[in-house]
Design a protein around this ligand. Structure first.
Ligand code: B12
Ligand code: SF4
Length: 468
């Protein structure tokens, strides 16, 4: 039994929830737990008891549980569900704290559903909140800006997470999240980072990173015949800010004997030495925001300075030859992308056998420059947050009927997960197992979404043929 020290507050029972939006997917790419909650667990003083619930893994919620406080995270896509859970807990007399990216930029909206809202990062204020709950003096708002700046990365306490979460050990086909850095100094207009953690770039201390990886392996990984090494998802916004730093981290990761995936600007992959270091360190794929194969579009997103569409094929091919997959992320916008452009993109993805491609409809997430630009011009047509899964068109479209544009993207996206495409990609790319398993999850999810879309809107593929 834990013995309370004189300076410690009364022990609390804390429930932390990661809600799942109704239109969120069940893809295999999801990490084992949400890093925001991992940070909160790692910061929580030891006398408190924690329970972690993750709806992405269908963990049930006990609304009658004896919790002193319920903390809920949320991104925009999950906000409506977060509010639903919060309202239900409050109706059961529980104290609810809401935090996360969406809440930070929609404080007024969120305040209607919570006893307390948290704006910004919680690393510098979570223990104050717990002390205030224990002392019955919880305030209605805590803003990270009012606390000392977050200068360091909170090391993740994998042992405690293993104790409080419902996740079992996994093999190398499911990813364990970890972060090496936070922040990114770039200014892409569709991204929340520049207005959230962007300016506060920081990195893990090497020795702590190694310790965390060892602990994560011990508590969350079990090898099997197919996968001998664990798969870590590096949830950094952009690991490749600085080449020297990146190389140091890659050397360090190499010593850890793991596989990992990472978000990285594609321009870093032009350098063969960096690619080699990534492969040697165990990188199984890089998620790169390629966004478009049209240079004019890249310029429109403030991405022209880092990306050059012309070079994509060569970079992808060189990486593949070196043993590295690039997962391409593409954005589609009815104001700049025609149906022909989407067809061209499908051809490009097919020809280049792009690993686990992601198609997204441009979505102005609250907190992005793009959101304010569209909002000020009155161009946002839908603020039903459930639809902010990047497969709905929530902005005004003059060129195409919004529903048809959405259908075109969803149909093209589903088509690139046909058996033929999956087989070709698996054949040509390295790391076949991850490719196959995750592609099947994407395929199932997309086919279900498409079928639902066609049923709900009475649309058939024939309709698209007439409007090219
Ligand atoms: C890793 C990552 C992923 C991974 C893993 C996601 C996961 N489920 O964990 C993958 C690849 C699966 C993914 C998918 C998607 N992602 Co993503 N992803 C990220 C990334 C790069 C890092 C997230 C992370 O782990 N951060 C580390 C944690 C510690 O930070 P945090 O969540 O902000 O938490 C801190 C504070 O917010 C606060 N806090 C958070 N919650 C709470 C709760 C309480 C109670 C308190 C007190 C405080 C608090 O304290 C925490 C510690 O300081 C972010 C970029 C970013 N800037 O966050 C984008 C980001 C979150 N993703 C984004 C998007 C749009 C998506 C997708 C919709 C894209 C798509 N169509 O596929 C999907 C959605 C799937 C989903 N539901 O997660 C957007 C979200 C925008 C928004 N407003 O919602 C971001 C911000 C990127 C962007 N474009 O700007 N993503
Ligand atoms: S490079 Fe990536 S993380 Fe950085 S601002 Fe652009 S999209 Fe966001």
């Amino acid at each position: 039994m834990y013995m309370l020290k004189p300076e410690e507050t009364r022990p609390l029972k804390i429930l932390l929830i990661s809600p799942q939006g109704k239109m969120d997917d069940d893809s295999n790419q999801k990490p084992l737990f949400h890093m925001a909650l991992a940070v909160l667990v790692s910061l929580t003083p030891p006398q408190h008891e924690i329970e972690l619930v993750d709806e992405h893994f269908h963990d049930p919620i006990d609304y009658d549980g004896k919790y002193d406080v319920v903390g809920i995270t949320s991104r925009t896509l999950e906000a409506t569900r977060a509010y639903e859970i919060a309202d239900t807990f409050r109706a059961h007399g529980k104290k609810v704290v809401l935090g996360g990216l969406h809440i930070s930029f929609n404080a007024e909206e969120a305040a209607k559903h919570a006893d307390c809202i948290v704006i910004g990062e919680a690393d510098n204020l979570w223990t104050t909140i717990l002390d205030d709950v224990a002392g019955n003096s919880l305030k209605s708002t805590y803003n990270s800006k009012d606390f000392p700046p977050v200068k360091e990365i909170t090391p993740i306490d994998y042992a405690r997470i293993a104790k409080v979460s419902k996740r079992e050990k996994v093999d190398g086909t499911k990813s364990i999240p970890i972060y090496v850095t936070r922040g990114c100094p770039f200014n892409c207009s569709f991204c929340v980072t520049p207005n959230f953690t962007g300016k506060q770039y920081r990195a893990q201390k090497p020795e702590l990173l190694k310790e965390q990886i060892e602990s994560a392996k011990k508590h969350f990984f079990k090898a099997n015949g197919r996968t001998a090494k664990p798969w870590f998802m590096l949830t950094d916004e952009n690991l490749g800010i600085n080449k020297k730093r990146l190389w140091e981290f890659l050397d360090l990761l190499r010593e850890c004997d793991i596989t990992f995936s990472v978000f990285l600007s594609v321009n870093f992959l032009e350098d063969p030495e960096t690619v080699k270091k990534l492969v040697d360190a165990g990188c199984n794929f890089v998620l790169a925001g390629l966004e478009s194969i049209k240079q004019s579009t890249l310029e429109a997103y403030n991405k022209g300075h880092v990306n050059s569409a012309e070079k994509y094929s060569k970079i992808i091919d060189d990486c593949r030859k070196a043993g590295l997959n690039i997962q391409g992320n593409f954005l589609m916008n009815p104001a700049i992308d025609t149906f022909e452009d989407i067809d061209e993109l499908v051809k490009f993805v097919t020809k280049n056998h792009i690993f686990m491609p992601i198609f997204q409809i441009i979505t102005p997430y609250p907190g992005t420059q793009m959101y304010w630009d569209y909002k000020n011009k009155g161009l946002i047509t839908d603020e039903d947050w459930e639809k902010y899964n990047a497969l709905h068109l929530v902005i005004k479209s003059d060129r195409y009927d919004p529903l048809l544009f959405q259908y075109k993207v969803l149909k093209s996206y589903t088509d690139i997960y046909s058996w033929r495409h999956i087989a070709a990609r698996t054949w040509y790319n390295p790391k076949k197992m991850i490719n196959l398993i995750t592609s099947l999850a994407f395929r199932n999810h997309l086919r279900n979404q498409l079928a639902e879309f066609e049923r709900h809107h009475g649309i058939t593929p024939k309709i698209l043929e007439g409007i090219k």
